[in-house]
Design a protein around this ligand. Structure first.
Ligand code: SF4
Ligand code: SF4
Length: 473
């Protein structure tokens, strides 16, 4: 079995104090408990607190802060949210109560369900105006706990995280640009390892719930950063190591699977559509469609727009780019001609992920930077309502932005520009691996055109006035 030979220059698990804490048996719990407390507060205030979104901890913390901070964590480190995810606490309980459940059905061991759940979640967010409803936000959190518990009690292999959870799907796709990755410190040690406890577990420790085998990991896809593998490895051979930026996309490290490549495209187009959904033209588009189709139901019209822009368009444009790529490289040698549509689609489509990440980052940071300080009067007001005057007696509801509009617009533009350049770099590296030199140049052209169009569309969307959410308007 070929083992991945890493060259980690920095290993977070070797940082004095922090590394030990992370590898400690209860280390994950230390990070999960604060988020569990926050989730409890979100549910409590969401169900009993002020109904106004901009004055409730549930809506402000989830739709303004969580999303901004999770992007920062993904950019600077990796999938820290899944590492600290409170929804996996009942999951662990379910695992202990039910033991190893049934295998997740073979037909569902892919990302198709996750893609569907991700698009459905984004649709529900808009159709139910989740951002404006503290109570629905609280029910969303409760629903998450129940779903994670039930699925984990019934099945082995962490199916909720790996095959369904929309937040996990978002984090998995986004963490492919993150600078840290689980890897083995020494391939030789893994080769001679008998128990493979990192994946199999032992009598004292759980192995990887996602069934990832450390010495073969080349990607952050599916890795929750739970560090069970590091705790289970009897040879202290697991590193949470630094890696070159966008290396897994530039080296086409993913398995050649339709669902994974399609996930990358949906993630990119959903980022753009989600931002577009907060601008005035989307209302004009919805009104036009409603008139044409004679359908008054807003949720149905939104489903149509989301299905078109998040699913049909990326599928058609991605397949079109792969087909053109194949046609343009035709005649450049037998090796090139053996490339199937799937080969090209699955190798080139994931190179969109840096640009996709940048679009999500720009969008979520627009909301975060516009309303980050709102949390101060919200918490103050919550405390006052419960008889605590810790932060003073008058909430300052004018608090909100942490940067000027101009600085924020520059940040958004810079994010899209950097993401675009990183996607082009990945694209160029993937094309450079083609055997025929002429095919190298031609193969990337359709993808270059598509990523450029996506970046231009993103700049146009971010130049439009965007609806403020979860804050005083
Ligand atoms: S348990 Fe440790 S040494 Fe053994 S295969 Fe896994 S990472 Fe390598
Ligand atoms: S490889 Fe598996 S056990 Fe290790 S951090 Fe990732 S998900 Fe957790």
């Amino acid at each position: 079995m070929a083992l991945y030979q890493p060259t980690p220059s920095f290993d977070l698990l070797r940082v004095p104090g922090l590394g030990r804490l992370l590898r400690w048996r209860w280390g994950r719990l230390v990070f999960q408990l604060p988020l569990l407390a926050l989730a409890a507060l979100v549910v409590y205030d969401g169900l009993t607190g002020p109904p106004l979104a901009s004055q409730n901890i549930a809506t402000v913390s989830v739709w303004v802060h969580y999303r901004g901070l999770v992007m920062l964590a993904l950019l600077l480190a990796g999938n820290l949210f899944c590492m600290s995810c409170p929804f996996t606490l009942p999951r662990t309980l379910a695992q202990r109560l039910a033991g190893r459940g049934r295998r997740w059905p073979k037909a569902l061991r892919n990302k198709w369900l996750a893609i569907g759940a991700f698009v459905a979640y984004l649709w529900l967010y808009e159709a139910l105006d989740l951002w404006a409803s503290p109570a629905l936000t609280a029910w969303l959190v409760i629903g998450y706990f129940v779903a994670a518990f039930v699925l984990e009690a019934l099945f082995a292999e962490s199916p909720f995280c790996k095959y369904i959870c929309p937040l996990g799907t978002f984090n998995f796709a986004a963490s492919t640009i993150s600078p840290l990755q689980i890897t083995a410190r020494s391939a030789d040690v893994c080769r001679s390892c008998v128990g493979k406890e990192c994946v199999n577990g032992s009598t004292q420790t759980l192995g990887c719930g996602a069934e990832l085998f450390v010495p073969q990991i080349k990607s952050n896809l599916d890795c929750t950063f739970c560090l069970d593998c590091a705790r289970a490895c009897p040879h202290d051979n697991v590193a949470l190591a630094s890696r070159k930026p966008v290396i897994e996309l530039a080296t086409a490290a993913w398995p050649r699977r339709w669902d994974l490549a399609f996930l990358a495209l949906v993630f990119a187009f959903a980022g753009l559509t989600n931002a577009f959904g907060m601008t005035p033209p989307v209302y004009a588009l919805a009104a036009t469609l409603s008139r044409w189709l004679g359908v008054a139901n807003e949720a149905l019209i939104l489903a149509l727009i989301f299905g078109l822009f998040m699913v049909a368009l990326p599928a058609a444009l991605g397949l079109g780019a792969a087909w053109l790529s194949r046609r343009m490289g035709a005649g450049q040698g037998r090796r090139w001609n053996r490339n199937s549509l799937r080969d090209l689609f699955t190798r080139y489509a994931p190179t969109v992920l840096p640009l996709a990440f940048a679009i999500w980052f720009a969008h979520y940071w627009f909301h975060f930077a516009s309303g980050a300080l709102t949390i101060a009067p919200v918490v103050q007001s919550f405390l006052l309502d419960h008889g605590v005057t810790l932060l003073g007696s008058q909430p300052n509801w004018r608090l909100g932005p942490i940067m000027s509009d101009d600085a924020l617009f520059m940040l958004v533009l810079a994010a899209v520009a950097i993401g675009y350049l990183a996607s082009l770099h990945s694209l160029q590296r993937v094309a450079a691996a083609e055997q025929a030199p002429a095919a190298r140049r031609r193969a990337l052209l359709p993808w270059l055109a598509l990523w450029t169009a996506l970046a231009v569309a993103a700049v146009m969307v971010f130049s439009l006035p965007m609806e403020m959410r979860g804050m005083i308007g």
